[in-house]
Design a protein around this ligand. Structure first.
Ligand SMILES: NC(=O)c1ccc[n+]([C@@H]2O[C@H](COP(=O)([O-])OP(=O)(O)OC[C@H]3O[C@@H](n4cnc5c(N)ncnc54)[C@H](OP(=O)(O)O)[C@@H]3O)[C@@H](O)[C@H]2O)c1
Length: 278
């Protein structure tokens, strides 16, 4: 299997790292491109893969899977650049936030399976959360190949394209919310006299352990929370404070706002693409 990742920056690089360390592809099966020779040299030395500055069309030719990992506004241009290298047997995967599949189909001018995936940055640790949708041409065998790639770097779920804004707001941006939780818990530990190091290790592990427990359990998170509470105890005293400050309501509002923002981002992106093309 040959995978070409066009525009291997933060996310493309994280995906390559995850795929290689999971053994889903060998270094000689991966070709990455970047804009600058410096980034290409970094990628080649870090992963032992073929990496070039530009040369998107050569990288796309004969690749079974082509991952579009450039910034969303650059995607149509890069797809037009590789258009003559594409055929119906290849699979195109776009990681671009807010960019509809139809824009990629128009630029490709070729009837091939197109997938749109929204990964998040923990793919770098093999623990990404990835929402994926696809066009009408994609068949179950294509889905299987794409799912295998993303399963190598985390948990993949299938959604409809009109749900991608919610996926972006929930899990695409989600790591930022959780890093804030870790940061705040660490600060609280420091305020209460723990060392920074101890406080950070306990905060990180608490988030990781709670997530793992919730994932492995069949119980609703509210039941798991209740199991930690002793009547009249410490946890319920803290939960009362969290409720008073509206933790759950705050998160619901934040994700609702981010979903609407993602929708507006699509409209702005389409405008930007139209402007560049006229
Ligand atoms: N970061 C995230 O958490 C995240 C999450 C979900 C989805 N995404 C999506 O992933 C995509 C990439 O985001 P990112 O954060 O990884 O951005 P990034 O770090 O800026 O990566 C973009 C890469 O594209 C390269 N590039 C630019 N023009 C190119 C061209 N014409 N041909 C080949 N390569 C080119 C750049 O090369 P140089 O480095 O040489 O400039 C850079 O390495 C975006 O579409 C974004 O919506 C990102």
């Amino acid at each position: 299997m040959r995978i070409s990742v066009l525009g291997a920056g933060n996310m493309g690089g994280a995906l390559i790292g995850g795929i290689l360390s999971a053994g889903a592809a060998k270094p000689e099966e991966v070709w990455a491109t970047s804009r600058t020779p410096e980034r290409a040299a970094d990628l080649a030395s870090k992963f032992g893969i073929q990496a070039t500055a530009g040369e998107n069309a050569s990288a796309a030719r004969d690749a079974e899977i082509i991952v579009l990992a450039v910034k969303p506004g650059n995607v149509p241009k890069v797809v037009r650049e590789i258009r003559d290298s594409l055929d119906e047997t290849q699979i195109l995967i776009s990681l671009a936030a807010a960019l509809p599949i139809s824009i990629i189909e128009d630029a490709a001018a070729c009837q091939l399976p197109v997938f749109r995936a929204m990964p998040n940055i923990p793919v770098v640790a093999g623990e990404g959360a990835i929402g994926i949708c696809h066009n009408r041409i994609a068949r179950p065998e294509h889905r299987e190949i794409v799912e295998r790639i993303f399963r190598a770097v985390g948990v993949a779920v299938w959604v409809d394209e009109d749900q991608m804004d919610a996926v972006t707001a929930l899990s695409g941006s989600g790591p930022a919310y959780i890093y804030m939780v870790i940061e705040a818990m660490m600060a609280a530990g420091v305020k209460m006299g723990l060392s920074r190091e101890v406080s950070l290790r306990l905060s990180e592990q608490t988030v990781l352990g709670a997530a793992k427990h919730a994932k492995e359990s069949t119980l609703h998170p509210a039941i798991l929370r209740d199991q930690v509470i002793t009547p009249g105890g410490t946890t319920i005293a803290a939960i009362h404070e969290l409720e008073r400050h509206g933790l759950r309501s705050m998160l619901i509002s934040a994700i609702e706002t981010a979903t609407h923002h993602a929708g507006r981002r699509t409209a702005a992106l389409l405008e930007e693409i139209k402007r560049h093309e006229s």
